[in-house]
Design a protein around this ligand. Sequence first.
Ligand code: SF4
Length: 411
Amino acid sequence: LRNTGKNSGQRSKKFALINQGCRLNAAESQRIAQELQKKGWILSSPQEAPWVIINTCTVTHRADADLRKIVRKIQRENPTARIVALGCYVDHHGEVPGTYLSLPNPRKMEVVEVLEEVDRGRIARWKSRGFLKVQEGCDLACTYCIIPRVRGPSRSLPWAEIERRMEDFLVLGYQEVVITGIHLESYGRDLGEKSGFLNLLQRLEAFYPPVRFRISSLDPRFLTRELLAYILSAPHIMPGFHLSLQHYSPRILRLMGRGSNRGFMEILEEIRATRPEAGLGTDFIVGFPTETEEDFLLLYRFAGEAPFSYFHVFSFSPRKGTRAAEIRPRVPERISKKRSALLRELGRRKKEEFARAMVGKTLEATVIKEGEALSENYLKVKFDEKLPPGNRFLFKIEELRFPYLVGNPQE
Ligand code: SF4
């Protein structure tokens, strides 16, 4: 595929195309090149084009190694190029490290639209990760929470709309997408689906193999055996889990309208045993009305013994219009602050201990800004090299400079 040289004054609408492997690939590469040229794109060299498309092959290990070599060479010779990998390698191994976007075989031809969309600047990437809000509102009634009142019952985003948003994310080159919602396990109920959230995760896995998903938060009371088993084994789900627990004293949990602490420790231990390097966090509310020293000690002991890698601590503050705002006696602020500080200090020590255990390991992390990446298990990694935000890399962790890990990207 040679550069025609026409319109060579335009820099931005240039692309290079590298074909690996079989004739089928060559034919498709030709079609992609023609489609792009019809839309005014100019074929150029990998050294100067702002877009370099590689139609990959994975028939042998050799082909895989060649591909990695090609990517490194482009990065060296044309560091600002956006590399797009298509085809067989993506089907077999997922996203190609160092690329702006990886598309599997069935979606190869979308590359034409991707270049067009980005060129038109129709969608600008404003964050290094995509945030996919799939659900809004809540059907539950935690006594401290105003959400059900102000945001109404749970409503789920239909699949067609999720697909549309995912397409935008792919166009923007997001490699990590955070699935968010107020109460994710309620997803799909209003659409008449029983295991809606599990079905959604399975669909996302089937449709978007190169993307890795982070689940923003889960409610342990609604974590079914099937859902837990799935998120612990599915490769596209990042091993960073946030479970919404709030407290551990059964009495306080009841007053919060959150049932009991049944199963909390078992779930946490199962996650830790299955995914030893998983990030595992929660939120705690301290100083809930009537909280005694004994309630707090129950919480403190649980927080110390459970395999958390971090937790957030909030001091209770009454929200007008909630039932908890009416519960008496309130815990004096001085005591609430003291308890929060004790628990926060414990959280800091646990986070440091977890982070220290990562030294010497290799972690996948998404670059979130210059010199900083967020690991799959939710730790911040500092590094020296210039790497494109939004891309995922493997980092060898060299040391801990708490709260940061310091790592080197691996080839
Ligand atoms: S705390 Fe969460 S689960 Fe409870 S009512 Fe509020 S949004 Fe729903």
